[in-house]
Design a protein around this ligand. Structure first.
Ligand SMILES: NC(=O)c1ccc[n+]([C@@H]2O[C@H](COP(=O)([O-])OP(=O)(O)OC[C@H]3O[C@@H](n4cnc5c(N)ncnc54)[C@H](OP(=O)(O)O)[C@@H]3O)[C@@H](O)[C@H]2O)c1
Length: 284
């Protein structure tokens, strides 16, 4: 076996990617190993240059290196340039290209796992960090309807709303929490949690960014948090009669997009999803 794939981060022990990417490689009979590489910030340049060798198909990139890898690549695609972050590097005959599959993974999860078409739909995004930026850019590309962005730090919500307005989307920032949040949720057709609230070992473990009684039964609630698989937000949304979508689908679809770029063949998404869910359940 001499084909190499993997993920770099610092630290990297928490990453789910090796589990579902290896499952995909095995299911497709590809003789390759997907490894996790812990790379310190001062080793990034040397590591990226080492990816030009023929045995390497490419790698995924996670925190804190998504921006740091960019100067060492030969080309960066539109999604990664807009997001200001690379999560996938492809090696073709020593030429390295940078991509960002988060937005694509988010949209594919919405469409394929929840049957939801975002064009023209009134949407509430909770949070304004890195994940929210990718989600807002993806929604703006698809011509989402009125877009409200709720965040604890108001300046970050305003700057994301401005990003959406620059792309022709009607968008405004509101505080999280607050009465405007409850008001905005009441008419939202799509609610996406991009905060870390509800995340295992996070600051707001088993908390929710939005009270259950503020969730309309007609909405789709997508929580990007994937650990735990069922967050309090998703539990309360289901109790309110709303449709729900967890974060593990986006995680797998963004990885499937990387797989498809490296191997130029369809990714076995059901296999990847099953491996990710099984691994997550065994972590609890
Ligand atoms: N499913 C997937 O594929 C996928 C992909 C990417 C990320 N995620 C998940 O998405 C979540 C966000 O990731 P990120 O990279 O965007 O993180 P980030 O850049 O650190 O942003 C964190 C966001 O959470 C908000 N927040 C944190 N603690 C809060 C609190 N106690 N009260 C109110 N707001 C709070 C922050 O508000 P301030 O701006 O006020 O600090 C900010 O908006 C994580 O759980 C991550 O695992 C999932």
């Amino acid at each position: 076996m001499n084909t190499a794939l993997g993920i770099i981060g610092y630290p990297i022990g928490h990453s789910m990617s090796p589990v579902f990417q290896q499952a995909a490689l095995d299911a497709c009979g590809v003789d390759a190993r997907y490894m996790a590489y812990q790379v310190a910030p001062d080793e990034v340049e040397e590591f990226v240059n080492g990816l030009r060798q023929p045995a390497v198909l490419g790698i995924n990139v996670t925190v804190p290196h998504k921006l740091a890898v960019m100067p060492f690549l030969d080309e960066i695609d539109d999604w990664a340039t807009e997001a200001g972050a690379v999560n996938t590097i492809v090696n073709r005959q020593g030429r390295l290209t940078g991509h960002n599959t988060d937005g694509y993974g988010f949209l594919r999860a919405l469409r394929e796992s929840a049957g939801f078409e975002p064009r023209g739909r009134r949407t509430l995004v909770l949070g304004a960090g890195g994940a929210a930026r990718g989600v807002v850019l993806a929604l703006a590309r698809e011509g989402v309807g009125v877009l409200t962005i709720a965040n604890r730090t108001p300046e970050r919500a305003e700057s994301l709303a401005q990003l959406a307005r620059n792309r022709g989307i009607t968008s405004s920032p509101i505080p999280l929490p607050g009465p405007e949040l409850i008001e905005s949720a009441a008419t939202a057709e799509l609610i996406v949690n991009c905060t870390t609230i509800g995340m295992t070992h996070g600051p707001g473990e088993d908390e929710t960014p939005l009270p259950g009684d503020a969730i309309p039964p007609t909405a789709l609630v997508n929580d990007l948090v994937y650990n735990p698989i069922e967050t309090r937000l998703l539990r309360e949304a289901a109790q309110a009669g709303a449709k729900t979508l967890g974060g593990i689908e986006m995680l797998v679809y963004q990885g499937a997009a990387s797989f498809e770029m490296w191997l130029e063949r369809p990714a076995p998404v059901p296999v990847m999803l099953e491996a990710a869910i099984r691994a997550m359940q065994s972590r609890i």
